[in-house]
Design a protein around this ligand. Structure first.
Ligand code: PLP
Length: 382
């Protein structure tokens, strides 16, 4: 086994070699700008970009003109929140989201509050779930957008997207979801689920970093956040990241084709990990085991300083306390405290994220050794 073993797959994933292969020709052979439609080379690349767009659209039951390529889910989230809010500000100034969204959403909302928008943050319960009645009750005649993630990147809780889409639709409100974490495990059908806008990212699905997409339902107007040469229907101008787009589409295709097989195996290994590590340790899972991403564990280990533990075990396993974006060591995870837990619990929580590359050998090894190291740490302090 190659050390350290990587179990931080909510932060990013290893790129699939088949994805890399699909990208290679677009660096040194088919390098023309797809907007250069005056020549053969530009047109050839444009054709490939359009194929990629069609493929992604087809997998989520959308049309190719509804896919906007971006630099990743952060940008997709920013365009969805700020671009929609500014475009609909005559209609209303109220947005509904949750208190455990990714920072790309929360910080976009903070920015909008400074522009005079009103934001309702639905508080999740201890399972990381929202109350749909509360969602309904928080809608008013100024509500223009509901943005709720499909699954959380720290505690893995899954949100009832179809139900939310239905509520939004019945009230004539746009619905955006950040599907970055769920797309490997659940087929998203934007039509059936009532989704108007959806963010995805390449590097969370064994694809390249720095590329993502935003699905925008036809007819929805968005104010751009950057200005330029009119690419991507003027919503996201700038020369297209062709190798990235090709890689994103290939990653999407593979993830769609192998979803069932990967999900079953990852879940089996995740459950095995939990079984081994729980054997003689008093652990608690943050969130429920049922309504959870199949690759996620968020473990509360009473009496353990999570940062110290992660440092102690870093030679053999790469794990984190939570979001890769929360690099601040003194602040507890807002996701754990947002579920109604004390700070102490956040400081004693580790996040495990498996991938399709995780093996049973690795999982048995890490779970066993981690369990021993935790016991050692607990004995040392007691
Ligand atoms: C990783 C992640 C993002 C950010 O995606 P990038 O492509 O890295 O910008 C946004 N939302 C969620 C839920 C994520 O897990």
């Amino acid at each position: 086994m190659k050390m350290p073993i990587y179990l931080d797959n909510h932060a990013t994933t290893k790129m699939d070699k088949r994805v890399l292969e699909s990208m290679m020709p677009f660096f040194t052979e088919d390098y023309a700008n797809p907007s250069s439609i005056d020549h053969i080379q530009g047109n050839k690349v444009l054709g490939k970009v359009n194929e990629a767009r069609e493929l992604i659209a087809e997998k989520i039951n959308a049309s190719e003109d509804e896919i906007i390529f971006t630099s990743g889910a952060t940008e997709s989230d920013n365009i969805a929140i700020t671009g929609i809010a500014r475009s609909l500000k005559e209609k209303g100034n109220h947005i509904i989201t949750t208190n455990i969204e990714h920072k790309a959403i929360l910080e976009s909302c903070s920015g909008l509050k400074r522009e005079g928008f009103d934001v309702t943050y639905l508080q999740v319960n201890r399972k990381g779930e929202i109350d749909l009645e509360e969602l309904k009750n928080s809608i008013n005649d100024k509500t223009i957008l509901i943005s709720i993630m499909s699954a959380n990147n720290e505690v893995g809780s899954i949100f009832p997207i179809s139900d939310i889409g239905k509520i939004a639709g019945e009230n004539g409100i746009l619905f955006h979801t950040d599907a970055t974490q769920i797309i490997s495990y659940k087929k998203m059908d934007v039509e059936e689920m009532g989704i108007d806008l959806m963010s995805i990212s390449g590097h969370k699905i064994y694809g390249p970093k720095g590329v993502g997409a935003l699905y925008v339902k036809r007819g929805i107007r968005i104010n751009p956040l950057i200005y330029g040469g009119g690419q991507e229907r003027n919503i996201r101008p700038g020369t297209l990241n062709v190798p990235g787009i090709i890689g994103l589409a290939r990653a999407f295709e593979l993830s769609d084709k192998e979803r069932e097989k990967n999900t079953l195996e990852i879940k089996r290994l995740r459950d095995l990990f939990l079984e081994i590590i729980s054997k003689d340790l008093d652990l608690e899972l943050n969130g429920s085991i049922e309504n959870r991403l199949p690759n996620n564990l968020s473990l509360y280990i009473r009496g353990i300083d999570a940062k110290a533990l992660i440092t102690k075990v870093k030679e053999y396993v790469s794990i984190s306390t939570g979001s890769a974006c929360n690099t601040d060591t003194v602040k507890p995870s807002y996701v754990i405290t947002g579920m109604g837990y004390e700070k102490e619990r956040a400081f004693s929580t580790i996040r495990i994220g498996l991938s399709k590359y995780s093996t049973e050998e690795e999982i048995r090894f890490v779970a066993g050794k981690l369990s021993k190291d935790i016991k050692k740490m607990l004995n040392f302090f007691n």
